[in-house]
Design a binder for this molecule. Structure first.
Ligand SMILES: NC(=O)c1ccc[n+]([C@@H]2O[C@H](COP(=O)([O-])OP(=O)(O)OC[C@H]3O[C@@H](n4cnc5c(N)ncnc54)[C@H](O)[C@@H]3O)[C@@H](O)[C@H]2O)c1
Ligand SMILES: [Zn+2]
Length: 397
């Protein structure tokens, strides 16, 4: 369960020196952040979600790089060796078919209700394994061990789990808060620069939503991430760890106030109404974080056009994305009409009009009478998208 507003703060004993709860006790579960955190997987799981049997759900890429380390960290603390289930990597596999495959493997191995699932991977694995955990025998605990920057700053925290369907992203899922989250920034040493930059887009988002200083920190780090300097440079890794902890704190504060997205949690959707539509229209050929960067630029443009955002807001976000190599134009061949049509299938559509969470400026979102999302006319959205066409799209039929 997530702590509701007004509940006493949760207290969690650190499983090792050097690890701190980046959620600051705002959530009912700890978010342990620190170099080497993955090596504490055993004690963390034993404290937060002790079970008879354990399964590590991951993808093939992450399994090859970090699977053995996770299993070794768990082994001394559990009776039987954990089952490792590795799915093919990528958003294309965040589906009901993969959910069924993982579930069937657990059933075939005789896993009962006294099972804990460890989700080791990026946001795709976190959402998928989380949804398996939410539904397996009506629900078993999940511990999130994110391995991408995107999953560390965003996807692993907050309890949303889901799979995609042909009609759109995340359309089948459940709220299933983790028993604990274990964030080890050293795992980012093997993550390709483009995935690091994509993850930073969600950190920028947290900055736009709530904290201009955090926006500046993430923007300052982006060029180094995109250039591949992160792997070897301890200063960059240090900066990353700080950005991760600050992003988690922002997200935890929002989620603690509104766990089920009736109000303020809608602000975390900044960039995602257009972003999800672009992902769907592009057949998931671009990274989620890249789509969010483009979506954020579009939605900041929308906010300025309807007079809700301070002039210059979109320019700041656009400049930060550009400096980090994140897209600020629609992918080639994707038309504004196709994106607009895809926004209508998103969960944010209400009464025939699509609602947007919009910024007032970098560091604050628009709120009117306790509502955090506003309906926007299609014509405004289409105008903004038309201005974001890829340069080569003009000649497309
Ligand atoms: N539940 C939420 O609140 C929430 C929030 C944001 C995003 N998401 C979801 O997260 C997903 C995107 O997550 P993502 O960007 O992490 O994508 P991803 O999980 O597909 O990971 C990106 C790629 O990096 C590889 N990888 C992962 N960790 C690695 C490592 N340490 N070293 C080398 N390679 C590694 C993966 O195999 C994959 O190919 C989307 O499906 C999105 O909807 C969910
Ligand atoms: Zn996202």
């Amino acid at each position: 369960m997530v702590a509701e507003r007004g509940e006493p703060r949760a207290r969690h004993a650190p499983p090792a020196p050097g690890l701190r709860d980046a959620a600051g006790g705002r959530l009912a579960y700890p978010v342990w952040v620190g170099a080497g955190a993955l090596d504490r997987l055993g004690p963390v799981v034993a404290a937060a979600a002790p079970a008879h049997r354990y399964a590590i759900v991951t993808d093939e890429t992450v399994a090859a790089r970090h699977g053995a380390r996770a299993a070794a960290a768990l082994a001394p603390h559990v009776d039987a060796a954990p089952l490792i289930i590795a799915v093919p990597p990528g958003e294309a596999h965040k589906t009901r078919d993969t959910w069924a495959r993982v579930t069937d493997e657990l059933l075939a191995a005789g896993y009962g209700r006294d099972t804990t699932i460890v989700a080791l991977g990026g946001g795709v694995v976190g959402d998928l394994a989380g949804f398996v955990a939410a539904t397996y025998l009506r629900g078993v605990p999940v511990v999130q061990a994110p391995s991408t920057l995107l999953a560390m700053v965003d996807a692993s925290v907050g309890g949303k789990t889901a799979v995609d369907t042909p009609a759109g992203k995340n359309l089948v899922g459940a709220f299933h808060p983790p028993a604990a989250v274990l964030v080890d920034p050293t795992l980012l040493g093997t993550l390709p620069p483009a995935d690091l930059a994509a993850g930073a887009a969600e950190a920028l988002k947290h900055g736009v939503i709530a904290d201009a200083r955090h926006f500046g920190d993430a923007a300052a780090l982006l060029p180094a991430l995109a250039s591949g300097a992160a792997a070897g440079d301890p200063a960059v890794l240090d900066g990353l760890a700080r950005v991760v902890a600050d992003s988690v704190a922002i997200k935890a504060a929002v989620v603690a106030e509104d766990p089920r997205e009736h109000g303020r949690r809608k602000t975390l959707n900044l960039g995602h109404t257009v972003g999800h539509a672009v992902e769907l229209a592009a057949g998931y050929r671009i990274r989620h974080g890249e789509a969010v960067a483009l979506g954020m630029v579009a939605e900041c443009d929308i906010a300025e056009r309807v007079g809700l955002a301070e002039p210059g807001t979109a320019a700041r976000v656009r400049a930060a994305c550009r400096a980090g190599g994140l897209p600020t134009a629609l992918p080639a061949g994707i038309t504004p009409d196709a994106v607009l049509a895809a926004t209508r299938g998103d969960k944010k559509a209400r009464g025939g009009r699509v609602e947007y969470a919009l910024p007032a400026r970098v560091g604050a979102m628009v709120e009117a009478d306790g509502r955090w999302a506003v309906p926007v006319d299609d014509a405004v959205v289409l105008g903004v998208l038309a201005a974001l066409r890829a340069p080569d799209a003009e000649s497309a039929p």
